[in-house]
Every structure is written in C-alpha cells, then in structure tokens.
Design a protein around this ligand. Sequence first.
Ligand SMILES: C[C@@](CO)(OP(=O)(O)O)[C@H](O)COP(=O)(O)OP(=O)(O)OC[C@H]1O[C@@H](n2ccc(N)nc2=O)[C@H](O)[C@@H]1O
Ligand SMILES: Nc1ncnc2c1ncn2[C@@H]1O[C@H](COP(=O)(O)OP(=O)(O)O)[C@@H](O)[C@H]1O
Length: 289
Amino acid sequence: MRQKLSVKAPAKINLALDVLHKRPDGYHEVEMIMTNVDLADRLELTELRRDEIILESTSGFVPDDQRNLAYQAAALLKKKYRIKQGISIKIDKQIPVAAGLAGGSSDAAAALRGLNELWQIGLSYDELAELGSEIGSDVAFCVHGGTALAKGRGEVIQPLDAPPPCWVILAKPSIGVSTADVYRRLRTTEMKHPDVKGMMRAIEEKNYEGICHNLGNVLEDVTLKLHPEVRQIKEKMESLGADGVLMSGSGPTVFGLTRHESRMQRIYNGLRGFCGQVYAVRLLGEKNP
Ligand SMILES: C[C@@](CO)(OP(=O)(O)O)[C@H](O)COP(=O)(O)OP(=O)(O)OC[C@H]1O[C@@H](n2ccc(N)nc2=O)[C@H](O)[C@@H]1O
Ligand SMILES: Nc1ncnc2c1ncn2[C@@H]1O[C@H](COP(=O)(O)OP(=O)(O)O)[C@@H](O)[C@H]1O
C-alpha cells in the first residue's frame, strides 16, 4: 500500500509588522507578530514508486513545477536526506495567492511537516523551520504555526500565547502585490513604528482591546500609495464597525477584527460585492499539532 498523508496549511496575518533597518544582504530586519487564521490550503501527499516530484493544485494562479514552494520543500528534503522515493503533492488551494497571507510559505511548511513524517526523517520543528527558511522568510513561522514574534528576516521565532478568540474578516481586492517590490519602496527613515512590545503585552494579558489598539504595519503606507483601493477597503471595514483594521504583510489583504457574530455578518455582507474576495474566519492562534 502506498503511504498517504493529508496536511493542513493555514494562512497567517501580521498583527504587528515593524522594520528596523535594511541589512547588507538586501533583506530587512523585522519584528513581526504573526498568528494563524482558520483559512487553510490542504496538501495531499502520496508516495510514488518512481523517484520524481509531481505537483498539482486546484488554482490556476500557482506554478505546478519547481517554482512552487511546496515542490521546493520536497526537493530540499529529498536532496538533504537522500530520499529515493517519489512524491505526489496535491494542493487544494483555498488561500488567495500573493495576498500577504503566506499561502505559499504555509504550503512549503506543510510539505516539510508532512514529508518529515511520511519519510520518517525525525526532524524537530526547529530543524524543519531552519531548513524552511532557505525557501522563504515566512516558512519558519508556518512550520510552528500558532502565534509568534518573528525577528531577523522573519526566521527567528519566539512562540507566544494564543490571542483571545475573535472573528477575522479578510478582504482581498483583485490585485496581487509583490513582497520584494513593497520592501524595495519602503523608506526606513520615514516610518511610524508600531508598538510591538505593547502588542505582545496585550496578547499575554488576553486583552482584546489592547490588541486592536496596537495593530500596526510599516508596509501599509507603501501598498496604500500603490493601490488606493486598499485604503478604500480599510475605510469601509472601519465604517462597518470592525474594532481594529490593518493590512496583512505586504498586502493587499486587509483584515478586520470583531468579537460579535452579528457584527461579523454586517462587515462580511457590507464588503461582498465591494471587494474581490471576502472571508469571515476565526483566529486559530494555537501551534500546529
Ligand atoms: C511581508 C511578509 C510579512 O510576513 O509577508 P508576505 O506579505 O509576503 O505574506 C514577509 O516579511 C515576507 O516573507 P516572504 O514572502 O517569505 O519573503 P521572501 O520570499 O523571503 O522574500 C521575498 C523578497 O522580499 C524582501 N524581503 C523579505 C523579507 C525580509 N525580511 N526583508 C526583505 O527585504 C526581499 O527582497 C526578498 O527577495
Ligand atoms: N504553493 C504556492 N502557493 C501560492 N503561491 C505560490 C506557491 N508556490 C509558489 N508561489 C508563488 O509565490 C508568490 C507569492 O505567493 P503567496 O505565498 O500566496 O503570497 P504572499 O507572499 O503575499 O503571502 C506567488 O506569486 C506565487 O506564484
């Protein structure tokens, strides 16, 4: 019998994103608070007799070859641990692409977690995260999942408690944003830094109002200038009564928080039709099992 495994790959949002400076290697030194939401891709991993990697996805927007981050994860493990078995990776894509929600990074992390188990390699999450950061800066967080402070270029992970439960409305306009382009346009001397420590305190104290108050992302201004429709979505979400509203990562997805189901419905209904893709999901906040 060929071995099979199904792995969940949840999206992330950045509750806080600060950039300290640009590094000599071209990356930016960041301080981010990231947490998972229950919008997820699903990867089905099936062993193949032939030594090859086959990748399929339900989305027309992601590559199905070595450019796919989940493919790269499998190739990395195969090379490093001299795995001779082949693998079929089927991605049921639910997370919008190039959205600031780390869909690709989460698929890579899920492939690492799943293949580590399927091929019985025996690596810890810390070891998988270190490997994953060769693929992308957000992969390390996605290996651990839950809620964390991410430093360095995003690969230095300090786990945090889960924030108090709430609804998260995600609204993505029909544009894609290039992370590299947004970082390139960032002027590190002209930034309003978010209070990352204040956000960590609010999470530790399970202080929902404190979390809403401390939301902040230095990349937001860059993307808002490039794409005025993102500002319109922010304003709409605020006027519909979200307690806190912020762009996730490099965007263009905007998220709004509320604890009340009736208000979640109002925000969700008010945004549908106004904006490309809208989701109402829960904060996950807990680490991957
Ligand atoms: C902005 C964030 C926030 O979580 O997420 P997304 O909006 O992409 O989801 C991340 O920092 C994105 O992480 P990720 O998407 O993995 O980035 P990578 O593939 O490593 O890098 C893409 C490009 O972004 C720039 N980059 C990335 C990370 C970083 N700390 N500094 C950078 O300058 C570099 O130009 C790099 O070539
Ligand atoms: N498995 C994957 N899922 C999504 N995008 C992928 C994947 N593999 C490679 N990519 C590429 O990575 C880019 C960024 O995708 P994604 O991770 O969805 O966005 P973001 O970095 O904004 O969170 C896309 O342009 C896409 O072509």
